[in-house]
Design a protein around this ligand. Structure first.
Ligand code: AMP
Ligand code: TRP
Length: 353
């Protein structure tokens, strides 16, 4: 079992391109345990490994659905506080919000002209969000969302993108866009980016329904653990999580038809940095009455310090803005030359450079 291993960015995937890590999270609500285990914890593990790491708050993606302006500002700072509290270090990683680096939007437009309508129509996230006639009311930006995401990644020539399982299709589309651009313009300019979907919890499920993803937009707050939940709330939510009456088995395969049980074991493994089989070796034969309090203790021990640190950081929004501004300058310095070269490849005159 390799599932407790830290994710890595290896040099061999794209010969000719320097390995570089990019990822982003939408500031469209509070952070959940799913965001933490599926994304942020792994962002931290990839930091300081000799490969440049760039982590973004994708505010332009957030406005593809309505965001109250004040709430968006607060959520962007809260997401930045979450990044910092979880261990991202602005001296080791570039941290910024997307709208401050206009190269994202500019390359996004070029990619809107490379990507095809049919490709966007096939995105499961688009289909899920716009079933039936809802598509008529969706913003044009929501449809083009994956094209801007490809620009986020490729404007840095990023080779590795740590994400949760739900984003795999979007990263594959990023490769399709890169390949079509390279082919249309007869260049080898954009790398074939790899999604890095590793770790024990690339898909954390709802605490109320083990077949649904844990999401910041779930109407039931009991379905998720928020990084801003206090120790008491975390413990209560875990104790109330839906489970079954069977004891835990010896192997993970035996949990195939027990989605809720499987999810809790997964969460335990991810938080403890253990393999799922090692967790089961410890708890086999025990019921949830014994397992849940242990999981609650582990979750509180792992998450409460993050939530305390987030509240502390949120008391100084000017400091957060300063960090994001500095990150944006560094990001811009990498993105701008790649964007200028792209304009040149496409045939645009850039006489004011
Ligand atoms: P989002 O909140 O949709 O912007 O997602 C930000 C990152 O968190 C992406 O890499 C997602 O794949 C990841 N993520 C969100 N929810 C989950 C979940 N329930 N389990 C694992 N990863 C998740
Ligand atoms: N679509 C991602 C999500 O909802 C967020 C995102 C936007 C992203 N741009 C990105 C993730 C670039 C990785 C790389 O989770």
């Amino acid at each position: 079992m390799t599932d407790a291993k830290a994710p890595t960015a290896t040099a061999d995937a794209n010969p000719g391109f320097t390995p570089r890590v990019f990822s982003g999270i939408q500031p469209s609500g509070g952070l959940t345990l799913g965001n933490y285990l599926g994304a942020i914890k792994r962002f931290v593990e990839m930091q300081g490994q000799g490969v440049e790491t760039i982590y973004c708050m994708v505010d332009m993606h957030a406005i593809t659905v309505w965001q109250d302006p004040e709430a968006l500002r607060r959520q962007t700072r809260e997401l930045a506080a979450g990044y910092l509290a979880a261990g991202l270090d602005p001296t080791k990683s570039i941290l910024f919000n997307q709208s401050q680096v206009s190269a994202h939007a500019e390359l996004g437009w070029i990619f809107n002209c490379v990507a095809r309508m049919g490709w966007m129509n096939r995105m499961t996230q688009w289909k899920d969000k716009t079933s039936g006639k809802d598509a008529e009311k969706a913003s044009l930006g929501l449809f083009a969302y994956p094209s801007l995401m490809a620009a986020d990644i490729l404007v840095y020539h990023a080779t590795h993108v740590p994400v949760g399982e739900d984003q795999k299709q979007h990263v594959e589309l990023t490769r399709d866009i890169a390949a079509k651009f390279n082919h249309d313009f007869k260049v080898d300019f954009f790398p074939m980016t790899n999604p890095v979907i590793e770790g024990a919890a690339t898909r954390v499920m709802s605490l109320r329904d083990g077949t649904k993803k844990m999401s910041k937009s779930d109407p039931s707050d009991a379905a998720r653990i928020n990084l801003t939940d206090d120790a008491d709330t975390i413990a209560k939510k875990i104790k109330k999580a839906k489970t079954d009456a069977e004891p835990l088995p010896e192997s993970f395969e035996a949990l195939a038809d027990r989605p809720e049980a499987k999810n809790l074991v997964n969460i335990y493994a991810a938080l403890a940095g253990m393999t799922k089989d090692a967790v089961l070796a410890e708890f086999a034969g025990q019921g949830f009455g014994a397992f849940k309090p242990k999981l609650a203790d582990l979750a509180v021990a792992s998450l409460a310090p993050i939530s305390t640190e987030m509240s502390r950081l949120m008391q100084d929004p000017a400091e957060i803005d300063r960090i994001l501004g500095q990150g944006a300058d560094k990001a811009d310095a990498i993105a701008r030359p790649i964007l200028e070269k792209t304009y040149d490849i496409v045939g645009m005159i850039r006489s004011r450079r």
